[in-house]
Design a protein around this ligand. Structure first.
Ligand code: SF4
Length: 692
């Protein structure tokens, strides 16, 4: 019998382990890995259908230059020449990479090193900017580093779990299964905070159907309640926290009635939180994708710091990431305002240490362009050479039609991807075939800091190559042979781990240098491991005893004044469109769209709309509706339901121009961002709805 190959699921940030058994017909049998700590054998519908998605339909199998098949040498020489000449003529900030939370850590590491250390710009950003950049910024403001304090087990130990802006049942299903099992076993209370009634409400004791964007006011009200009911942990705060008085003053000045939640339900929630020692607040895109996302994150963290509910078994604020390797990307510094290993780009000592480690000719002193600004710079002509890897911004970026026009007009665009005909690849000068899940090999880090292997189980199709290999080859062709002389992903992982020692030396959190000396065989056999690697005294949690990563060692509570969403409603655009995921689809469906059974769940792009809004807009269930925003329009099948609040319809993010004409929700999402994190406000577009 063939021994299954251990790997991880390529979808959400839960990071479930899978067992892969190649089949004689070229297919792949996929089962849950009972030994992986994230899922202990469980899988959700998407993970179970992975075997349906590994065919070669639509795959890009050879490099292409100007739409014509070309050799790797010709394509990569052209890429290296154009990036070299653009930098020589217009300076390093005239080039940019836009990458993806689906890249493996090794891919991210090489791309970030190439851009920041050698090309000399910090213009590398990622679709993770659309996912959890507000959490990164909130963590750094509160803790001094981008540190997730807790672990998955906390959801099972907690007596109260608060899901805020998180439809865990659909977006992180295995974590939801773990929570539901814990609830069945010992009665965990669950509160869902969401403008929509979602499947996560099936296990909720209380659903707070808050007004869109009012989360910070809700948590400011909680902080006020904790103070007035004597539930502040004064010992923890006096030893470990700064900013308590200012944060409480701001909270008291706020008005939780803007949430639209009844006083009785607000009081019930506040009393549940205050009366429960073990509380985990899980937050996700409903918090992050907001023009005040960072403030919302800090409003949540403030409550946990003030009540000492952090770093203890079953207690803490907990960000769940959308993508399989958003955390690995953060660890390598693969965002425009990060360095590497959770070091700070704005810190001269950190920059010098990383530059020395890389033996790099340069390192930028300022942050690069965040996603929305990056594509604005493409549009204005500042960015003249752009490399997009493993993502499809023409469908996923806000104001997506403008992004498409900008890419089409860019002097030189490279796309590396699995698929030949993505909406973005069609606009590129050079298209490079990359390995996909099941073929490529490397590591990912999930939402609770567990590093796991993805392993290759399938033949490499056509001429496809690993993303790290493509980036490294271009680095060598640009003249940096020694710096990019990697023979394998294991070489890169060892270097990544070695670099992280610098983080340890500077007192930062991400130090996995204990893994620097893994042999190739050790790397091949690497079992899932949560960091901090050498300090598991508190079950892998951070901050039980304080010891935050700020200069003072204390956490910062921030004064937060809640703000309404930026997109203003008016007579022309009277509705506030929410967007998000469907249970059985993933991103732009390039993989999940290949599975017939996944496509059965929700077969069409849909618009959930409240009955009163439907009446006012003249649409009924099964009609087609034209949704118009200030930046564009899109078409959806109408689904009248009071699961959504009046005035707040919902549409999924997955469908593209390929699968159903004009159903791209990103067309109507404005390019409004959080001023701290740069994350777009993807859940709050001002729109009108009419019958199509
Ligand atoms: Fe994959 Fe997430 Fe489902 Fe686990 S929960 S099988 S990681 S999609």
């Amino acid at each position: 019998m063939t021994t299954p190959i251990r790997s991880t699921c390529p979808y959400c940030g839960v990071g479930c382990g899978v067992l892969l058994t190649p089949q004689a017909d070229g297919g792949l049998k996929v089962e849950g890995d009972p030994e992986h700590p994230a899922n202990l054998g469980r899988l959700c519908s998407k993970g179970l259908a992975l075997g349906d998605t590994v065919g070669l339909e639509g795959r890009l199998l050879t490099p292409q230059v100007d739409g014509t098949p070309a050799s790797w040498d010709k394509a990569l020489d052209l890429v290296a020449d154009r990036f070299t000449s653009t930098i020589a003529e217009h300076g390093p900030d005239s080039v940019a990479f836009y990458v993806s939370g689906q890249l493996l850590t090794e891919d991210y590491y090489v791309a970030n090193k190439l851009m920041k250390g050698f090309m000399g710009s910090a213009n590398i950003d990622t679709n993770s900017r659309l996912c959890m950049a507000s959490t990164v910024a909130g963590h750094k403001r509160a803790f001094g580093t981008d540190t997730v304090p807790g672990v998955y087990e906390d959801l099972e130990i907690a007596d109260l779990v608060v899901l805020v802006g998180s439809n865990l049942a659909w977006c992180h299903p295995v974590l939801y299964q773990r929570l539901a099992a814990a609830r069945a076993a010992h009665g965990t209370k669950v509160v869902v905070v969401d403008p929509r009634r979602t499947s996560s409400c099936d296990i909720a004791d209380l659903h707070l159907k808050i007004a869109p964007g009012s989360d910070a006011a809700l948590f400011n009200g909680l902080l006020t309640h904790l103070a007035s009911s004597g539930e502040i942990d004064t010992d923890f705060v006096s030893k470990n926290v700064t900013g308590f008085d200012a944060a409480l003053a701001s909270a008291r000045a706020d008005d939780p009635s803007v949430t639209g939640v009844s006083d009785a339900d607000l009081t019930r929630f506040y009393e549940m939180f205050a009366a429960t020692d073990k509380v985990v607040t899980v937050f996700s895109q409903g918090i992050n994708q907001s023009s005040s996302g960072t403030d919302k994150v800090n409003a949540i963290i403030n409550c946990h710091l003030a009540s000492g509910r952090i770093g203890l078994p079953g207690s803490g604020p907990f960000s769940v990431t959308g993508q399989p390797n958003a955390m690995g990307g953060r660890e390598t510094g693969g965002l425009a305002n990060m360095l590497a290993a959770h070091l700070d780009l704005e810190n001269a000592e950190h920059r010098e240490a990383v530059q020395t480690f890389w033996d790099a000719p340069t390192i930028p002193t300022e942050a690069g362009l965040k996603a929305v600004d990056l594509f604005d710079a493409v549009e204005s002509g500042q960015i003249k050479a752009l490399w997009i890897a493993c993502t499809n911004p023409v469908v996923s970026m806000p104001d997506s039609d403008r992004v498409a026009q900008a890419i089409a007009a860019c002097d030189f665009t490279v796309v590396s991807d699995l698929n030949a005909q993505t909406d973005t690849a069609r606009l590129a000068d050079v298209v490079l075939p990359a390995l996909g899940w099941g073929e490529k090999s490397g590591t990912v880090t999930n939402s609770d800091r567990t590093i796991s292997r993805q392993r290759s189980a399938l033949k490499h199709p056509g001429q496809a190559r690993a993303d790290w290999d493509i980036f490294a080859d271009v680095g060598r062709r640009m003249g940096w042979e020694a710096a990019f002389d990697y023979q394998s992903e294991a070489d890169i992982f060892r270097e990544h781990a070695q670099l992280s020692r610098i983080a340890g030396d500077f007192g930062k959190d991400f130090d996995i240098s204990a893994l620097s000396d893994l042999s190739d065989a050790d790397y091949d056999a690497f079992a899932p491991q949560r960091w901090p690697i050498s300090d598991t005294a508190n079950g892998g949690r951070f901050f039980a005893d304080g010891a935050f990563f700020t200069p003072t060692g204390r956490a910062n509570m921030l004064p937060i004044a809640s703000r309404a969403p930026e997109a203003k409603l008016d007579q022309q655009f009277p509705l506030r469109l929410n967007s998000g995921r469907a249970r059985d689809q993933w991103h732009t469906m390039s993989r999940t769209g290949l599975s017939a059974k996944l496509c059965k769940h929700l077969a069409e792009p849909f618009l959930q709309i409240h009955p009163e809004d439907a009446l006012a807009c003249g649409v009924a269930s099964a009609d087609l509706a034209l949704v118009t925003g200030r930046s564009g329009e899109a078409i959806f099948r109408v689904w009248v339901t009071d699961d959504v609040a009046k005035g707040a319809p919902f549409a999924p993010i997955h469908w593209t121009g390929e699968t159903a004409a004009a159903s791209v929700v990103a067309r109507v999402i404005p390019a409004i961002t959080d001023p701290v994190s740069g994350q777009p406000e993807s859940k709050s577009a001002a729109v009108s709805v009419t019958k199509f």
